[in-house]
Design a protein around this ligand. Structure first.
Ligand code: GDP
Ligand code: ZN
Length: 315
């Protein structure tokens, strides 16, 4: 009897399964939340399974794509993590980095007139997004608090970012101003929301994911280990787009980076930085520094250059 012929893709999958010792009944899944030795996994039909984890899978995080073996009563065993497009890292107390979310499409940076806009923090979030190779969307919330003059100031500040190609949304979550345009920008994408405390991240997330407060699904309620804690990151399917959220993600800090990486994280520096005379140029007093020349020529803004210096000084 002749063997059925497999397509190239089927053959590739078969080899990968054999190599990873994944049985043919394993299914593709998405990691929704991770609790110690277990994970809540969603299959492609959006059914949830509370899974044990095979050993040596490494760190699994929200947004990870994986293969799991479904077992009785909506339980299962995660057998393999699939390659990640990107991973969000968080520095821990020892300065080591820990992954917290994977396969993100977009970082939403929330600002507000109160607390006052911190340009260095904004730029460090943009560096983070740039280093992950993903889009950043800037949301100025609480526009209901702005006087006409303050509005002009904010617009001037944000124009720099608009010119750099960042999408800007000026909204009021409280008064539901301009939210429709923002929600349209989330469709078919996985996002994280970041920003300093008090800018309105929780308010925005509750508007984007209306059932966000009903965090604990039926699966996790039945298991002690699976109980949701406020520090656990979780993947949400919202009516407008998907979101991975945790307190740690919301107030994420830029991890360890060197000056070169930071310069690459400033979009407008990318094509300039290679033209500095010295490879180890500090972009300050150095002779023939292309960044300083661009600053003097006005193609790099003083505000962005100032942020760059401040982020580098913290290294
Ligand atoms: P978070 O710390 O970034 O999560 O911010 P919260 O969502 O907790 O909001 C901080 C405060 O700002 C709360 O008192 C909110 O009611 C308020 N707030 C949120 N959005 C708006 C807005 O659009 N306008 C005004 N005036 N206040 C807002
Ligand atoms: Zn330089």
């Amino acid at each position: 009897m002749s063997k059925p012929t497999l397509s190239k893709k089927q053959r590739r999958d078969q080899v990968r399964r054999q190599q990873a010792d994944v049985s043919d009944t394993a299914q593709r899944g998405l990691l929704i939340a991770h609790y110690g030795s277990r994970a809540e996994v969603e299959d492609t039909q959006k059914q949830r399974f509370l899974c044990q984890l095979r050993q040596n899978l490494g760190n699994l995080v929200c947004g990870d794509q994986l293969h799991f073996q479904p077992l009785a009563a909506n339980t299962g065993l995660v057998v393999e993590r699939l390659p990640r497009r990107n991973v969000l890292l968080r520095p821990d107390a020892q300065g080591k980095t820990k992954p917290i979310a994977a396969n993100i499409d977009q970082v939403i940076v929330v600002l507000a007139p109160q607390p006052t806009i911190n340009p260095v923090l904004l730029d460090s979030y943009l560096v983070l997004a740039e280093s992950l190779g993903i889009d950043a969307l800037i949301v100025l919330n609480k526009i209901d608090l702005l006087s006409a003059a303050e509005r002009v100031d904010c617009q001037r500040f944000l124009a720099t970012y608009q010119d750099l190609g960042y999408a800007i949304h000026t909204v009021s979550v409280k008064q539901q101003l301009n939210l429709a345009a923002l929600t349209q920008a989330l469709a078919q994408r996985v996002q994280v929301v970041v920003g300093q405390s008090g800018v309105g991240k929780s308010s925005l997330i509750n508007a984007l994911i209306p059932d966000h407060d009903i965090r604990v699904g039926p699966l996790t309620k039945t298991s002690n280990k699976g109980r949701h804690t406020t520090t656990t990151a979780r993947y949400y399917h919202g009516p407008y787009g998907d979101l991975i959220d945790s307190p740690g993600i919301r107030e994420l800090k830029l991890g360890q980076m060197n000056m070169q990486h930071i310069a690459q994280g400033f979009r407008e520096f990318q094509s300039v930085v290679d033209q500095c005379r010295f490879r180890d140029c500090k972009h300050t007093q150095d002779r023939d520094c292309a960044i300083v020349a661009a600053l003097q020529a006005g193609t790099i803004s003083a505000q962005r250059y100032d942020s760059f210096r401040k982020i580098c000084e913290k290294l």
